[in-house]
Design a protein around this ligand. Structure first.
Ligand SMILES: Cc1cc2nc3c(=O)[nH]c(=O)nc-3n(C[C@H](O)[C@H](O)[C@H](O)COP(=O)(O)OP(=O)(O)OC[C@H]3O[C@@H](n4cnc5c(N)ncnc54)[C@H](O)[C@@H]3O)c2cc1C
Length: 605
């Protein structure tokens, strides 16, 4: 099997190198190997293999978010004034399979108008639908022509669901005018709620890109030219003497890898005869490019890196969906939430030994796409109304926010009273705020100049979206039969005299009317949002597919401007954001990219 931690000399020169074996990287590697088994391919992945039980077993997903964990890379942003001078740490997949191996397994597809808004030949929704179908074996409801039924990734409800929470949420959302939609992932449906589908097989296994695309090819004996080097971080791309053509990569052992052997060897080089494809994710790819001399001359000069190609868009316009999470006390039973397992009251080893159905659960039972009513838009003020009129009003395909129901306390349970909780997670899509992510020196260990930019947009439109979403999710929660009040430390500290104050209740609320928030309450909410907004782990757009003069880094065939034989395939290329959790778009980018590279390499399929 072509998995290495130390590269044999025979593999030090291949046809194609893929720098990063994440979601998109695994798809590209497997599809290229499938198209031409004689093509020699080397994936250079910074992290370990994905053969870890917390990856395979869905219910253990929270372990990947522990800051001490080794399965994610935590990209540290600087303190940002508008966020109460907080430093945000943005986790991103850091093992073979990337985010698909460490994520929360929510199945969520971009909207039709998201792809169309890219305005890029070959990437419209109609162009992308065949790839969205090709990647999946779908076990859910909906129109047959929208889904795939023989692809590598199984999409199902998994082996477990909290049916009472689902029904309760759907009934409460219905009272506020949001209907249940059986397939909210059809590209066209919007403004409703869905019983969640997941990247979990019907028998309860995580469906990550490494397990489903790459390993089968590594193990089937028919792809001897497919190789994967683990625990190896790509420092930079190597060019020919004229600095025009990418001919390889320099890499070093990952000193942070729990499984790697630090300082095993110095920086080494692997050579590529045909293509170098960078697929290190939206947080990793811009740094690889900048260390290679591709980027803004000002950024490169500050970092003491000679310019190979002047491409000013690299690392600019960083975007992420902006997450807020709100916990509630509930009357749910222990088997209906994650709380017993997450708090250690139930031993995970025991449920693994018993092969309990709960193993195949990600605790996210509902997903929603929501838009505000006209009156709610107006109430958010004239600037918000202008943004809405310009960007949303006439496009009913675009939601303002995505929301999920989590069956359990959504974080570190330390200090949280024993009990059963549920939570609403909300992220506003299409943020107006932008950040950046640049290197500050030529070495891989040099600190990053990274700002998320959350809530920096003109007129605070992103903040107003979050204010609307806070009020909306709370009204849904208050109409649920299992609601027993807010878990106060997870909500803004409204004073006891306010109608918005957090409460405890012994039973469900009756005759629920919407909370009226005063100007003082809104100020408290705004401050709280600034001090608590965080990453949704959906980084995109740092090496856009757009014209170079519009901060683009790659063209529609994913060719990096200014050099030859260098491509990008990951979520850094998104020209505009998507109203979805981003794994599906990463898989689809991988599929589309693979087809482009197969054509460019002259491989006939
Ligand atoms: C905690 C978490 C929860 C999420 N939950 C969901 C969800 O429920 N549903 C959903 O749809 N999406 C979710 N996502 C988002 C989704 O997983 C990502 O958007 C997707 O994985 C991005 O794919 P990518 O190919 O662009 O990059 P990645 O999958 O991040 O792959 C990048 C790869 O490059 C490697 N790498 C980085 N730098 C280097 C280097 N210098 N040298 C070598 N290798 C390098 C990394 O180790 C990684 O394997 C979540 C993400 C995270 C992190």
């Amino acid at each position: 099997m072509g998995l290495y931690t130390n590269l044999p000399d025979a593999v030090a020169e291949v046809d194609v190198i893929i720098a990063g074996g994440g979601t998109a990287g695994c798809v590209v590697a497997a599809r290229l190997a499938e198209a031409d088994p004689s093509l020699s391919i080397l994936v250079v992945e910074g992290g370990s293999n994905n053969d870890i039980s917390s990856i395979d077993v869905p219910v253990l997903f929270l372990s990947h978010l522990a800051p001490t964990g080794k399965t994610n890379i935590f990209y540290a942003a600087k303190k940002e004034k508008q966020l109460g001078y907080r430093e945000i740490f943005v986790p991103s997949g850091g093992v073979l399979g990337g985010g698909s191996s460490t994520n929360l397994m929510m199945y969520s597809r971009a909207q039709r108008s998201d792809f169309d808004a890219w305005k890029t030949p070959g990437w419209s929704a109609e162009d992308m639908l065949p790839y969205l179908r090709k990647l999946e074996t779908y076990h859910g409801p909906g129109a047959k022509d929208r889904h795939g039924y023989d692809g590598p990734i199984q999409v199902s409800r998994g082996t477990y669901r909290a049916a009472r929470s689902e029904d309760d949420f759907i009934s409460a959302a219905g009272k506020l005018g949001y209907p249940e939609i059986e397939d909210l992932q059809s590209l066209d449906a919007n403004n409703g709620v869905q019983r969640a589908m997941r990247y979990i097989s019907p028998d309860g296994k995580r469906q990550d890109a490494a397990s489903r695309y790459l390993h089968p090819k590594l193990q089937d004996g028919n792809h001897p030219n497919l190789h994967v080097l683990l625990h190896a971080q790509v420092v930079r791309v190597v060019f020919d003497k004229e600095n025009q053509r990418a001919v390889g990569v320099e890499y070093r052992p990952n000193p942070n890898s729990e499984w790697g052997v630090p300082n095993l060897h110095p920086i080494r080089t692997a050579m590529a005869k045909k293509l170098v494809i960078v697929s290190s994710g939206a947080c990793g790819t811009p740094s690889v490019l900048e260390r290679s001399g591709i980027g803004s001359p000002e950024v490169l000069s500050r970092a003491n890196i000679p310019v190979v190609a002047d491409v000013p868009g690299v690392g600019d316009e960083y975007e992420d969906h902006q997450l807020l999470v709100y916990p509630y006390k509930s009357s749910l039973n222990p088997e209906e939430t994650l709380d017993e397992i997450a708090s250690g009251r139930r031993d995970p080893e025991e449920i693994i030994r018993n092969n309990d159905d709960i193993l195949g659960w990600n605790c996210q039972d509902i997903t929603c796409r929501l838009r505000p009513s006209d009156a709610e838009v107006t109430a958010l003020g004239p600037e918000f109304q202008r943004s809405w009129d310009a960007d949303f009003r006439d496009n009913p395909n675009k939601p303002l926010t995505l929301m999920s129901l989590v069956s359990g306390f959504p974080g570190d349970p330390t200090g949280v009273p024993a009990g059963q909780y549920f939570a609403m997670t909300i992220f506003s899509v299409y943020p107006y705020s932008r950040g950046h992510l640049h290197v500050t020196g030529p070495n891989i260990g040099d600190p990053l100049d990274f700002e998320t930019g959350f809530f920096t947009d003109a007129n605070d439109i992103d903040l107003k979206k979050a204010m609307w979403a806070y009020k909306k999710q709370r009204e849904i929660a208050r109409r649920m039969q299992t609601y027993r009040g807010e878990f106060a430390p997870g909500h803004p500290p409204f004073p006891a005299s306010s109608k918005a104050a957090c409460i405890s209740t012994q039973g469900p609320l009756v005759d629920v009317q919407d909370i009226e928030y005063t100007t003082e309450d809104d100020a408290i909410l705004e401050k709280w949002l600034r001090e608590n907004v965080s990453t949704t782990w959906h980084s995109v757009g740092t090496c856009k597919m757009a014209p170079r003069e519009e901060k683009g880094v790659v063209d529609s065939r994913l060719r990096v401007y200014g050099v030859d034989a260098l491509r990008i395939a990951d979520l850094s290329i998104l020209p505009h954001n998507v109203a979805a959790n981003t794994n599906n778009t990463a898989l689809a980018v991988g599929e589309r990219a693979a087809d482009i590279f197969i054509e460019d390499l002259g491989i006939s399929k």
